[in-house]
Design a protein around this ligand. Sequence first.
Ligand code: FES
Length: 165
Amino acid sequence: MAKSEADFSYHLWRYDGQPGELIPLLQSAQEHFGYIPRRAIKYISETTKIPESTIYGVITFYSQFRLQPMGRHLVRLCCGTACHVAGAPLLLQTIQDELGIEEGGTTADGVFTLSKVACLGCCSLSPAMMIDGDTHGKLTPASVRKILRRIRRETLKQAGGEPAA
Ligand code: FES
């Protein structure tokens, strides 16, 4: 659940200059905005007097932080042992090529965000991925491309003003 703007400001107001406080501030910003926008970094820097370059360094060091908003659909590719053995590395490459993003990235059209996970808990379906709440198993590069293209097509069609079903 997104926190209110007041909550975010409250964290900043309480900042008393301890170095360890930067992480909770960044977490608060991400919780509020869904990612850490440029304006939040500027605001935190001005309030805490921590240089923006230092804040960027911390953000890029910790994989929990995002500098881009999430896409409409979260693709979680399983890279656990069973899926790895069954071909997850090739699927990862396929998804990255198809979407033009690296792990953790969001497509330029905002449709997909890609992440890797350790195990989705459905190893008998390996290699597997989850898109939002839907599990897709026994994947091949061709089936992955097909799924991603279908979802992108449907998403863009809806965004183009298609009446909601
Ligand atoms: S290792 Fe992929 S679902 Fe378990």
